[in-house]
Design a protein around this ligand. Structure first.
Ligand SMILES: Cc1ncc(COP(=O)(O)O)c(C=O)c1O
Length: 354
């Protein structure tokens, strides 16, 4: 009898998906860049008024209320907005919509691992172009691939930096393919690529409610792009993809954007605090435009991540990425979390170094 492995799509043979999920509730999760400053109060507010007896009904097929609200927030038309079950779904939808077998997907590396994952599942041929030594975009190398799809993360996970807007603009203007600009961390920085994306016929901006908005558990993301692109993506997207409770919470979260901006300000203060502390412990900390820090550990990275895990603290080991040997990524949280992290970390680093 043929085994499941033999039956599986051949492209899946090279597929590796990092496993992110940690279920231990006592673990301090500094590894996935969710909003550690708390759940958005929109959740409780919506839950109080929400008609749960209507949950027998399907939600709106395309989440029209949320799309309209996003359109007014970003000054675009509702036809230029598509929502997804997390922005992850939209990364998949972009690949499913535009990739034919063996079409080239090009990305800088290191970057967010899921572009490569969805492109591989959707049968693309992957080309990775190393970031320059200062983590800036290798624009000519990327454009040289003449890719059908280019994925850029702005600011970039895991390197935490914003690419130069002129470089992103060049990729958007000079590529003949689709250019996906993932602004998952865009709410943490002052500038946005949205105008540049919309200025280009083939640009797709992707954003999420999982980071600054503090509702990762509800799964909501969205894309803004020209109507022609959104129309194509809508043909592929799973209908009813967003549940009705999530849609209502996302709308309420946009109505109370003050909560999000306050949490972002708190996060920035804690980010400076943690960067200072890590520096004094011998870490080399990259400047960050995100809710995490990337730093080079003064001691062996994988061992440090493992030791912390055993003490109930999860951080991300970035050592497998090119250029990032012994680098770790730490999500920023409020002071008590940062204090607990430092308390456990300090003896580990000083013991190893003495
Ligand atoms: C750069 C980037 N894009 C997209 C996502 C996916 O976010 P979500 O599916 O929760 O919207 C993440 C999650 O970590 C991310 O770091």
């Amino acid at each position: 009898m043929t085994s499941a492995g033999e039956l599986r799509r051949r492209a899946l043979e090279t597929l590796s998906r990092p496993s992110y999920s940690l279920t231990n509730k006592d673990m301090l999760l500094l590894n996935d860049n969710a909003n550690l400053f708390g759940v958005n109060p929109a959740v409780e507010a919506v839950a109080e008024a929400f008609d749960f007896t209507r949950l027998w009904a399907y939600p709106s097929e395309n989440s029209d209320v949320l799309r309209d609200r996003l359109a007014s927030e970003y000054g675009v038309s509702s036809d230029e907005v598509i929502v997804g079950n997390g922005s992850d779904e939209l990364l998949d939808v972009v690949c499913k919509t535009f990739i034919n077998q063996c079409d080239v997907m090009c990305q800088p590396t290191p970057t967010f691992s899921m572009y490569k994952f969805y492109a591989t599942v959707n049968l693309a041929s992957i080309r990775e172009k190393a970031l320059l030594a200062d983590f800036s975009l290798p624009v000519d190398a990327i454009l040289g691939e003449e890719a059908k799809l280019i994925a850029l993360c702005q600011p970039n996970n895991p390197t935490a930096n914003l690419f130069d807007a002129r470089d992103v603009g060049r990729v958007l203007c000079e590529s003949d393919g689709i250019v996906l600009v993932d602004e998952a961390y865009g709410d943490f920085c002052a500038s946005s690529a949205l105008d540049a994306v919309l200025g280009c016929e083939r640009g797709i901006d992707v954003r999420t409610f999982s980071k600054a908005y503090g509702i990762a558990g509800l799964r909501a993301g969205f894309s803004i792009a020209r109507k022609e692109l959104v129309d194509e993506m809508r043909r592929v997207r799973t209908p009813f993809g967003l549940n009705s409770f999530t849609e209502a919470v996302a709308v309420a979260a946009l109505d109370n954007i003050k909560w999000m901006t306050e949490k972002v300000a708190e996060m920035k203060a804690e980010r400076s605090y943690l960067a200072g502390k890590l520096n004094s412990l011998g870490f080399i900390v990259q400047a960050s435009e995100c809710n995490f820090l990337l730093c080079k550990s003064p001691v062996e990275g994988p061992g440090l991540v493992k030791d912390l895990r055993e003490r109930g603290i999860a951080i991300r080991d970035c050592g497998a990425y090119p250029m990032l040997k012994d680098h770790v990524r730490v999500t920023i949280g409020p002071r008590p979390m940062m204090a607990r992290f430092l308390e456990v970390l300090e003896p580990m680093v000083s013991k190893e170094m003495s």
